[in-house]
Write a protein that binds this ligand. Sequence first.
Ligand code: ZN
Length: 325
Amino acid sequence: MRSSLTRLWLVASCLLIPLTNCSKEPANSAADARYKTVATVGMIADVVRQIAGDKTEVEGLIGEGVDPHLYKPTGSDVKKLQAADIVFYNGLMLEGKMGDVLVRVASSGKPVHAVTERILESKDFVMSTEENHYDPHVWMDVAGWIKASSVIGDSLAKYDPANANYYKDRTSQYIDQLNKLDEYARVSIASIPEGKRVLVTAHDAFSYLGRAYGIEVRGIQGLSTESEAGLKDINQLVDFLVENKIPAVFVESSVSQKNIKALIEGARANGHEVKIGGELFSDAMGPTGSYEGTYIGMIDHNVTTITRALGGDAPAGGLNGKLSN
Ligand code: ZN
């Protein structure tokens, strides 16, 4: 039932848009014809750009500062997915509200890949949340994004075999850069004095970072300052900050400043000054066209900001000297 409806839907849509968009083969009739790649989040779109270079035209659907967990695909997103030659998404339920559309697009026979498919195969890598869902934030551990990059490289080579060696070379060059980033993260976080290696944020996106680089992660997500339980939990976190003299807590663009301010005020009332250590990129990257608008720049920003705010050693410009402060 569903598949015949899907087929009808596809036939109808193919009549409405130029026929070339319905082709499943790479457009190679003209030298400058590039195939179209659509990615859900910016972290994936960036890796496709790094690996595919000018071979493809890449479009990311979910923009800067937008929460992918709650993102609902628009009509224009559906058209872009239909018109794409190849599609990449994170998976592990990150794009919760896009699932149906992605299934529909994949059922047309178009290559649609979850970049976390290899992470899921190696069961010991993937983390779970308390509600027993997989934690989708695998890009926070660079080793996770290395696995994702290899899925992207191999999928592009399979789709466009004439350029397979090109993708293979660029994937390994990019992974070399990611290995440097991974090492930088490890060394930087390890330079934070041991008792201060605690990352306090409002959203639970940082568990993979904590596990990979040895920093305890404490989130206040789910707490409400209006409820008794919320107040109790915030007070416990305040006690923890004061007792351990943790110098900084961190905000994200999606964070409730109210809870963070309650933490800071609570610590101050107990004679301990906590500052906001900076804004971290959790589920979206920085502005398009900036260094922070790339995956490497995003992680470099997070690691450098956390390290410096908690008393560790990291250059202000980060791994590549490119961070704007
Ligand atoms: Zn998230």
